[in-house]
Design a binder for this molecule. Structure first.
Ligand SMILES: *Cc1c(COP(=O)(O)O)cnc(C)c1O
Length: 359
């Protein structure tokens, strides 16, 4: 029996994807070898590589101008590569510090160049996002945001208009969960292991105009321009992770695409937030209502003892991965695309029962 896995990442994958991986593992489509064993320059892999890129373009509705690149090093390496490639000397970048992941991006960018923090959520303990009157610097090299704070449970619902200044977003934990105004972004990046597939690959979508900035002085792997020019085959890409990502993207498409994922996300998150809000204060969510994430729902109970009891009983009912991030405590339900609606409804039902028995 499969458990409901609410883990923040690596996270739940669609069951049909896992089954197809199993069925194709040893002999890939009658080729007499595994995809794990084949050259990344072979036709067998090339088809996987190119289909994954086209599915990406199709599902996100990317214009021709936006190049799709696969990279190793996770989203974390992008915290360095973004400023190395795009933080033009003599300019500063604007950064929105919305929580734990944005702080990590900030810390790396500062080591590479000049940074201006245009919003810092510290005053509200990272429970709020910038309002529409936030001022972005018209001369900035770029603006960097984190579309969904996986640990804090905050998610941007509308994106700032930064004019000619490129907008760059870390979308690791909500990419493909909602239709995007992609033309607003010069770059989007994401580690795969939340909403796209297994760990081992990160995806970057970069506007060709921004790619012109990549400095020639960078070493090869660190230069986005080289990855783009070589169609992400400058070196050996994470072949098997990309294969599983392709299967996940096919699955998203078959379910009805990103619009359908968005509808389901609202239903899943809605069911959990409803339990929180109707519990008379038994459950609480610190995040301002308009910024509540539909991907990572954060809540706590009246005491740490009750948090523990809740997690233990949930686990006995085969709901796992609900423990909040180590520094944050409480509970967190991650509701990525592959989490079935039934999982969220089961959790909501348990929350109701638990509050009635312990409130
Ligand atoms: C998980 C996560 C990261 C880090 O991803 P890695 O692939 O582990 O480097 C960065 N940003 C956000 C928003 C995340 O959720």
């Amino acid at each position: 029996m499969r458990k409901f896995n609410f883990s923040a990442g690596p996270a739940v994958l669609p069951l049909p994807v896992l089954e197809e991986v199993r069925d194709t593992l040893v002999d890939y489509r009658g080729n007499g070898l595994s995809l794990l064993e084949c050259s990344h320059r072979s036709k067998m892999y090339e088809d996987v590589h190119n289909e994954t890129i086209s599915l990406f373009q199709e599902l996100l509705g990317l214009p021709e101008s936006h190049k799709v690149i696969f990279l190793g090093g996770g989203a974390t390496l992008q915290f360095s590569m973004v400023p190395m490639n795009f933080l033009t000397p003599g300019k500063a970048c604007d950064m929105v510090v919305s929580g734990a992941w944005a702080k990590k991006a900030l810390s790396d960018a500062k080591k590479i160049g000049d940074v201006k923090v245009v919003f810092d959520g510290a005053e509200t303990k990272y429970t709020t996002l910038p309002k529409s009157d936030t001022i972005y610097n018209p001369d900035a090299a770029y603006v960097h945001i984190t579309s969904n704070e996986t640990i804090g449970g905050l998610q941007w619902k509308t994106f700032p208009d930064t004019g000619d200044v490129p907008l760059i977003a870390d979308m690791s934990s909500d990419i493909m969960s909602t239709p995007l105004p992609v033309e607003k972004f010069s770059m989007i990046y994401a580690g795969a292991q939340k909403n796209l597939g297994p760990s081992g690959v990160a995806v970057a979508v970069i506007h060709e105009k921004l790619l012109e900035r990549c400095p020639k002085s960078l070493t090869a792997y660190l230069n986005y321009g080289i990855h783009s020019e070589k169609n992400s085959l400058y070196n050996t890409p994470p072949v098997f992770s990309i294969y599983i990502m392709m299967l996940v993207l096919r699955w998203v498409k078959a379910q009805g695409g990103v619009a359908k994922m968005s509808e389901l996300s609202s239903q899943k998150a809605g069911a959990i937030y409803r339990e929180i809000d109707s519990s008379g204060g038994f459950y609480s969510c610190p995040v301002e209502k308009e910024s509540r994430s539909v991907m990572n729902v954060i809540f706590r109970l009246p005491s740490e003892e009750l948090d523990k009891k809740f997690l233990k009983e949930a686990e006995a009912l085969d709901m796992i991965g609900l423990k909040g991030y180590r520094d944050v405590g409480g509970c967190r339900a991650s509701l990525y695309n592959a989490m079935p609606l039934e999982g969220a409804l089961t959790l909501a039902g348990f929350m109701k029962d638990f509050a009635a028995a312990n409130g």
